[in-house]
Design a binder for this molecule. Sequence first.
Ligand code: NAD
Length: 256
Amino acid sequence: MTLNGKTALVTGSTSGIGLGIAQVLAGAGVNIVLNGFGDPAPALAEITRLGVRVIHHPADLSDVAQFEALFALAEREFGGVDILVNNAGIQHVAPVEQFPIETWDKIIALNLSAVFHGTRLALPGMRTRNWGRIVNIASVHGLVGSTGKAAYVAAKHGVVGLTKVVGLETATSNVTCNAICPGWVLTPLVQKQIDDRAASGVDPQQAQHDLLAEKQPSVAFVTPQHLGELVLFLCSEAGSQVRGAAWNVDGGWLAQ
Ligand code: NAD
């Protein structure tokens, strides 16, 4: 089976994990629909260099109409989405009593509801073409909690639950749905948490080491490339009976 010529929509792919996954898929010949904020030019250049077709749409995925416009563009340009990677996500750290209500709503809208909207928009085309892969980038926080991350942990547990339901509803088809649950990956989302620790006077290198050592026994970051390679496996024939799984890639975090 070849992925050459298929189309992947990777949400939140102008930086971090999403861009890494898009690069690995593009390396396998998959055309890419990028999405995310900021200047898309570097990401577009990276993917173009790999010899596939690539477009970008800046939809804010917490707005359903914008997500629908992104899907319409992907259908017009590529005839549909074969691989959907629901990756876009945000974080905010605060105790539950002080958690800003609007921030709770924003995190649930993007980290959970957008996964539902992407899935419902992608499934009809995948069923018609009789092949599809939905990969949800959840988190170890889809399986365990940590203090200060009420909205994020709630949303990611929701994503793991939604993944199981979609895995079941597609179980007799050539469409699969799975979640990947990364531990710490050094991206802008995590750098902010390191910077917050360093702001209290800790040496930045020490702050990074402490963040890893508290949770991740390997004391080493997972990389976007590691996650991209797992997406590639889930898209392969060998991965075709992995259904509704929540697969942790976490340097041993959840083994403790
Ligand atoms: P990141 O901040 O580097 O990238 C997030 C991407 O999402 C960016 O492209 C950004 O522009 C985009 N984005 C943000 N808000 C958006 C919106 N409303 N609509 C559309 N796009 C939006 O973050 P990352 O660390 O690469 O995280 C990617 C995913 O991986 C998230 O779902 C995150 O929860 C998950 N994750 C990250 C880690 C980690 O350690 N970095 C660990 C586990 C899970």
